[in-house]
Design a protein around this ligand. Structure first.
Ligand SMILES: [Zn+2]
Length: 415
């Protein structure tokens, strides 16, 4: 199964926006840009919301049928590991193997020796075409990288083989993800991680490193743009080199997690993709949930009441909701309005405060991040929330499609 050049992870917490999401991708195709949709949902999200992986498959199939989508589409078991992969085997054909927890963990001495042996020919200067500077590699670099990453890659191998045994190796796409770790991976580390992935015979088609800077949920990138641009370009150069050098799939490309709303890096990313004629997988998980709340607010009436309720309860459960996302949110509590203030807002005011439009003076990124982690509140509302999604489907669908197309696809993929 070969993944197309451009693909978008369109996570959808409550499985109601599949058609609205696909409509954006269809619109891109009409504008001359081929992107394939990948409906992704992690075990963590399923657990918090109380859904089953089969529901994502059903949502994807239904959307594809309803919109007459003829191209490929995928269902991604996002951030899975050996302990939960079995739940996803039947419904998924894309697996994101999350091995970030094993980074820095000690691996078998024999394995490490073999890794150093395999890679010692790269000691000295490695000529990677199109890279800013030649890579100079020492024996210690290789030892250090092996000690830090080899166990993670071995674990990815275990998960991959487990899936391949059950599904058949040609029937799914494999991603290896290391993005949920504390330190970014350098292009040199990326080179030897890919060497280990090839040695482990994992036919990875996407790799998700942790990039430099902060990828806070639902808001813009925070970090050194120049450094990001340099690393992003170098990562692509290293991938192209590794594909030839180690015999990895020629479809191998970068996967950018928490890729939604990072508008300030879209310009350098777009430039790099053009320059290298490279592919990309962009995961945009939480952004659709925020559009649901915007749509509900704009619908006024009971829709707006639910949006306000989500906010006031999220504020009440601030610590509990924020804790699991500590490394990917930065909320300044002083900038959050009181529930009493919000109670007096019209739908427009609520939507303008939440919508990711940096040119709007009412936009409040602290408010946005809190709502981002507040989906648990909506999940607890149960049928009340789901019924509202259905009642106000039209308004919500519009905001969902517009967000993915205008703010994401148009900025990153269209001329
Ligand atoms: Zn991720």
């Amino acid at each position: 199964m070969k993944l197309e050049k451009f693909s978008m992870g369109i996570g959808d917490r409550f499985s109601h926006q599949g058609k609205a999401q696909l409509a954006a991708i269809k619109k891109a195709k009409k504008a001359g840009c081929d992107i394939v949709p990948v409906w992704n949902k992690s075990h963590r999200e399923h657990t918090i919301i109380g859904t089953e992986p089969a529901a994502v498959r059903e949502e994807a199939d239904d959307a594809v049928k309803a919109l007459g989508w003829k191209d490929s589409y995928y269902v991604d078991a996002d951030h899975i590991n050996l302990s939960n992969v079995d739940l996803f085997i039947d419904s998924s054909d894309f697996f994101t193997l999350d091995v970030a927890d094993y980074i820095g963990e000690k691996c078998d001495d024999k394995d490490l020796k073999a890794f150093i042996e395999q890679n010692k020919k790269y000691v000295g200067e490695v000529k990677v075409p199109e890279i800013y500077e030649k890579l100079t590699i020492t024996q210690q670099d290789i030892e250090k990288i092996g000690a830090k990453f080899l166990l993670a890659v071995k674990k990815a191998g275990e998960i991959y083989r487990h899936i391949a045994e059950k599904k058949g190796s040609d029937n799914f796409v494999t991603e290896v993800s290391m993005d949920e770790s504390n330190e970014p991976q350098s292009p040199v580390e990326m080179l030897f991680i890919l060497s280990a992935i090839a040695a482990e015979k994992i036919p990875a088609q996407t790799i998700a490193p942790k990039f430099t800077g902060r990828f806070n949920k639902g808001v813009d990138y925070v970090g050194d743009l120049k450094q990001f641009e340099r690393e992003f370009n170098e990562d692509i150069a290293v991938i192209n080199f590794a594909v030839k050098e180690f015999g990895l799939p020629d479809t191998l490309k970068l996967s950018v997690h928490s890729g939604s709303d990072k508008f300030s890096i879209y310009e350098p990313m777009k430039k790099a993709l053009k320059y290298f004629d490279a592919g990309l997988h962009l995961k945009t998980a939480g952004t659709t949930w925020l559009e649901e709340i915007i749509g509900l607010a704009l619908a006024e009436g009971s829709g707006l009441n639910i949006a306000k309720e989500v906010y006031s309860q999220a504020l009440e459960h601030f610590d509990e909701l924020c804790a699991p996302y500590a490394t990917v949110i930065d909320i300044n509590k002083d900038n959050l309005p009181t529930p009493q203030e919000v109670a007096g807002w019209h739908g427009d005011k609520f939507a303008n405060t939440l919508r990711h439009d940096q040119s709007c003076t009412e936009y409040n990124p602290d408010f946005r991040q809190l709502i981002h982690v507040g989906y648990k509140i909506a999940a607890k509302m149960g049928p009340q929330y789901i019924n509202a999604l259905e009642k106000y489907e039209e308004t919500i669908a519009q905001t969902v499609t517009e967000n993915i197309y205008d703010r994401h696809i148009a900025r990153l993929f269209l001329d």
